[in-house]
Design a protein around this ligand. Structure first.
Ligand code: ADP
Ligand code: MG
Length: 155
């Protein structure tokens, strides 16, 4: 287990998908503890870097029974926590090419309905909320293929 103290900006290295999930879980726990933190998590990073893995850990705290998969075709998955009657919304912005696409999916309405976490926020720079948590994942060591750098900033 990693020992992660969430402060901003945060920069951590992970060496496995499980460790990346643990960072996601730690961020969710911090958001549960500190309700003044933004309720929108914007994920940045290339295909296969670990955005969905991070989201899996994040959701394990907020909606423990949910099966997390990239919402590539549906654009958004809702994970409902039956115990707390709250929803987590998981977006994949990869196929979003215009504000019309976002409008079609009703994007603007989601932040009022629950915590949001969005993959591929590179695609929607004009649509981000005023305040959000920016998570950037990169492959940081070519010699260690499973190594990732995860940077978390409070915007
Ligand atoms: P993305 O959603 O960014 O496209 P995924 O989370 O779906 O990425 O996939 C990440 C892939 O990288 C998985 O195959 C996972 O096993 C692998 N992987 C290897 N090391 C790591 C790590 N440190 N963190 C996250 N994923 C890792
Ligand atoms: Mg993904």
């Amino acid at each position: 287990m990693m020992n992660i103290d969430i402060t901003f900006p945060l920069c951590v290295q992970t060496l496995s998908p499980t460790e990346t999930e643990e960072v996601g879980a730690a961020l969710a726990n911090a958001m549960m503890t500190d309700k003044t933190l933004p309720r929108f998590v914007a994920l940045y990073g290339d295909l296969g870097v670990g955005k969905t893995a991070f989201t899996r850990g994040f959701a394990s705290v907020l909606s423990p029974e949910s099966l997390v998969r990239s919402p590539t075709f549906t654009l958004v998955n809702e994970y409902r926590n039956k115990a707390t009657k709250t929803s987590l919304f998981h977006f994949d912005m990869y196929r979003i090419d215009s504000e019309d696409d976002l409008y079609s999916m009703g994007f603007d309405d989601y932040p009022d309905r629950g915590i949001c976490i969005a993959e591929w926020c590179e695609k929607i720079p004009y649509a981000l909320p005023l305040h959000y948590l920016r998570v950037t994942i990169t492959k940081n060591n070519a010699d260690t293929p499973d190594s990732r750098e995860i940077r978390i900033e409070r915007i």
